[in-house]
Every structure is written in C-alpha cells, then in structure tokens.
Design a binder for this molecule. Structure first.
Ligand code: NAP
Length: 260
C-alpha cells in the first residue's frame, strides 16, 4: 500500500528527485524541453549534444539558475567510442543513470531515386545506431535502477512512412521493434522501455521542410496545428515517473490526431 501511495502522491512536485537522467540531443528542440522538464521534476540531467556547445551550456545554465543539477555531455551518438567516453563522464559527475531518453535525431530528405548510400547510412547511424550505442552504454545502469527507464523518441513518420524520408522513416520504425525487444529483456528487472512517436513539432528539423510541404502536412492534422515542444514533454515526464511502472513496450503517439 505504501508503494501505491508514493506513486500516486499528487502533491509531489519533484517526482524524479534523486534520479539521474540522460537526454540525447538536448541542446535544442524537443530534447531541450525534455531536459528542462526532467530537471523541473527534480532529476539531475546530462545534456547530450554533438556540436552545439553554446546552446547546451545555455540549457545547463537555465537548469542551474532554477537550483537543479545538470551537466553538458558532448558526444556524437553515432560513434560508440565517443558515447563510451561520455558515459564515463556522466558516471563520474552524476553517478549511475536511471532514465535514458534517446532523442538525438537527424533528417536527410530526398526522394528514393536520389537518395545516396551515404544519405541512408548517416540517418540510420544517428537515429538507430545512436540509440543502440547509448542504450548499450547505460544498459547496466537502467537494469539495476529501482525504476529504470528507457524512452526512445520515434516519429509518426515511422508509423506512416513519408515522401522523401525512406531513410528517416526506416530508422524511426526500427525504434518500435528495438523498444519492444528491450522491454522484454528488461522486464525481469522491473525497468521499462517505451517509445514516444511525436507528430510534427515546431523545431529546427521542421524548419528545414519547404513551406508548401509544411502546408500540406498541416492540412492533414485534425488539431490543425503543429506541436510545440511543450506538447511532447508531458508524456516523457509520465513515462519517466513511477506512475508508469506498469507500462512497458508501448508506442505512444503524440500527434494531434494524425491517423496512421
Ligand atoms: P532538432 O531541433 O534538429 O535538434 C536535434 C538535436 O539532436 C540537437 O540537440 C542536436 O545537437 C542533436 N543531435 C543531432 N545529431 C546528433 C548526434 N549525432 N549526436 C548527438 N546529438 C545529435 O530536432 P528535433 O526536432 O528536436 O527532434 C528531436 C527528436 O524528435 C529526433 O529524434 C526527431 O527525429 C524526433 N521527432 C521530431 C519531430 C519534429 O517534427 N521536429 C517529429 C517527430 C519526431 P547538435 O545541435 O549539437 O547537433
């Protein structure tokens, strides 16, 4: 009974107090908002980025100004050696990791006819390979955490496919199978793995899509608007918290009602 009471305490403003969280690709966009939200809930947050050092420092500063704990954690997630080095830095500064949010992702959009092997490989290496590398580096931590959480950020595009995104859609679809498999392999430890599939979100990634294509996409969204990054973070907060203890292997759409 005491466990249940603790999980459902609606007055607890810091449900992630004492948890260490890693958010990949947290210097900008959705990842930055996730980092703020996990810190707001009391988590100590490692802000991973590849090259936006100044932006990552800004995120750290904002978190620290709010009397929470954060560190910058540089690594190209597609490079296993860099990820291992980053994991050692996170362990040194924040200790064992409870929550890993695999959010870092890129697009290189082209119709299939024009898509080169390199366009394919780069996107697969970051979106899918990066998730593998980071999960590998923190798997033991998540397994041994009391309430370990693996949260993978996919996309509605992984469910629907999308014109000009064979590489991206495949990488995001692969995350569903990866998540379900990891959920099974983690289950005996009580830790969970879930996947969030956002719709189209106002970030630099969406900015790269030509205006006329954006208009076409928007016309298909029942809620008739693109998401703000804040529309996505509530689901991550929930999955990271003890309230989601009995939820694993799921793909959760946050997409304004887009059918797939
Ligand atoms: P974004 O604004 O372009 O930000 C991408 C973030 O990922 C940046 O912090 C970037 O860091 C980091 N990153 C990229 N490549 C990296 C690498 N190799 N290693 C480490 N970090 C790397 O993207 P976003 O729109 O916030 O997207 C975040 C995630 O949500 C992605 O997985 C994306 O596929 C997914 N998503 C986005 C949308 C959307 O409409 N925006 C919809 C559904 C799903 P640097 O600046 O240092 O490179």
């Amino acid at each position: 009974m005491s466990e249940t009471t603790r999980r459902l305490d609606p007055l607890d403003p810091r449900p992630l107090d004492g948890r260490t969280c890693v958010v990949t690709g947290a210097s900008r966009g959705i990842g930055r908002s996730i980092a703020y939200e996990l810190a707001r809930c009391g988590g100590d947050v490692a802000i991973n980025y590849r090259s936006s050092a100044a932006e990552a420092r800004d995120v750290k500063e904002v978190i620290e100004e709010n009397d929470e704990t954060a560190m910058c954690a540089q690594a190209d997630v597609s490079d296993p050696d860099e990820v291992e080095r980053m994991a050692a830095e996170v362990h040194e500064e924040l200790g064992s990791v409870d929550v890993l949010v695999n959010n870092a992702g890129i697009t290189i959009d082209r119709r299939f006819e024009e898509m080169s092997h390199e366009d394919w490989q780069q996107v697969i290496d970051v979106n899918l390979g990066g998730t593998f590398n980071c999960t590998k580096a923190f798997f033991e931590d998540i397994q041994s955490a009391e309430e370990g959480r693996l949260i993978n950020i996919s996309s509605v595009v992984g469910q629907q496919g999308n014109y000009g995104q064979a590489n991206y859609a495949t990488s995001k679809g692969g995350l569903f199978a990866f998540t379900r498999t990891l959920a099974l392999e983690l289950a005996s430890t009580g830790s969970t793995a879930n996947c969030v599939a956002p719709g189209f979100v106002k970030t630099d990634m969406l900015e790269k899509v030509p205006e006329r294509v954006q208009e076409k996409i928007r016309a298909r969204i029942p809620l008739d608007r693109f998401a703000d990054t804040q529309d996505i973070v509530g689901m991550i907060r929930f999955l990271a918290s003890d309230d989601a203890s009995y939820m694993t292997g799921q793909v959760l759409g946050v997409n304004g009602g887009l059918e797939w």
